[in-house]
Design a protein. Structure first.
Length: 306
């Protein structure tokens, strides 16, 4: 059932103009510090990894370094693994999970893989606990060279030299209750369309690439994560977020066609993780651990099936 759910900005049925976007920006509140929460932890890794500033995000006067962490002894003979987090800045476990992987588990892959980890693709979104960029653009529909989202364009440029050489790419995400209460209504209002209420899967799930599916890879990740937290079941229609469930905890999207982060490397093994931190059956720490488990399982499977 469709509804013009009341959203405090815009006129139902009319897409936003600059005035509405400005009104939306005025509602955004800086709630945490990228420098304190992310940059400080990355700086602490400099004795073990190479840290690269691959760009600077200028968010209407606020400036953020865009940071990537690389294996110190990069070997062109080894396969490449990419991990990205914080594409949607409000999805906290994606950022923290990438950092915890670097701190706890990445050392085990020295001499086996070249690692490139970007813990927080969208630092303004992280600070404002927001899905969109400061210009009210969803970065995870714009990963292309001419992206209107500077965060996305910078990551595409960083990864472009590696395209065709990446074995595995894990993109870390969350699905939260605010998807349904704030972000989807905001999207409908921004685009001048009706808001159609949906549901939030209760648990962890993965998004495979429908163009180049890797079912064995996805199931290896699900099995590892299931030892940490629960996997989301299909709904009564056999779907999650409107997509058919193709295996336990797995749906599929054409990731490159949709401009998703997972589609930019051309990796053989690609997955997008989704945890549900608002579930009464889990905790923030468990969600972070699930993200780490997904990365480790993905890398181990990819190395064993090169």
């Amino acid at each position: 059932m469709q509804s013009h759910m009341s959203y405090p900005i815009g006129t139902p049925g009319q897409p936003w103009g600059e005035a509405e976007r400005a009104a939306w920006r005025a509602r955004q509140v800086r709630s945490r510090s990228h420098a304190d929460d992310v940059v400080t932890r990355i700086d602490a890794l400099r004795d073990r990894f190479d840290v690269e500033t691959y760009g600077t995000l200028d968010a209407r006067g606020a400036s953020y370094p865009l940071l990537a962490v690389r294996s110190r002894h990069w070997n062109p003979e080894l396969p490449v693994a990419v991990v990205t987090g914080g594409v949607h800045g409000y999805e906290t476990s994606g950022v923290v999970g990438a950092l915890e992987f670097l701190e706890q588990s990445a050392g085990a892959y020295a001499g086996r893989l070249n690692l490139l980890v970007v813990p927080c693709v969208s630092p303004w979104g992280y600070e404002h606990i927001e899905r969109w960029t400061i210009e009210a653009i969803d970065p995870n529909r714009t990963f292309r060279a001419d992206s209107p989202a500077p965060e996305a364009a910078a990551l595409v440029a960083l990864l472009a030299p590696l395209r065709g050489r990446v074995l595995v790419h894990v993109d870390l995400h969350e699905t939260t209750d605010t998807d349904e209460s704030e972000f989807r209504p905001a999207l409908a209002a921004r685009d001048g369309v009706s808001f159609e209420p949906g549901g939030i899967p209760d648990g962890f799930y993965l998004v495979d690439d429908s163009v180049h599916p890797q079912p064995g890879f996805q199931q290896a990740v699900i099995e590892a994560v299931e030892r940490v937290t629960h996997i989301a079941p299909a709904d009564a229609d056999g779907e999650m977020i409107g997509s058919p469930v193709v295996a336990h905890g797995v749906i599929r999207y054409p990731v490159a066609e949709l401009g998703l982060c997972a589609g930019i490397t051309g990796a053989r093994y690609v997955t997008t993780t989704e945890v549900y931190p608002d579930s009464p059956r889990t905790s923030a720490a468990e969600c972070n651990a699930a993200q780490v488990a997904s990365i480790v399982a993905a890398l181990d499977y990819a190395l064993a099936h090169r």
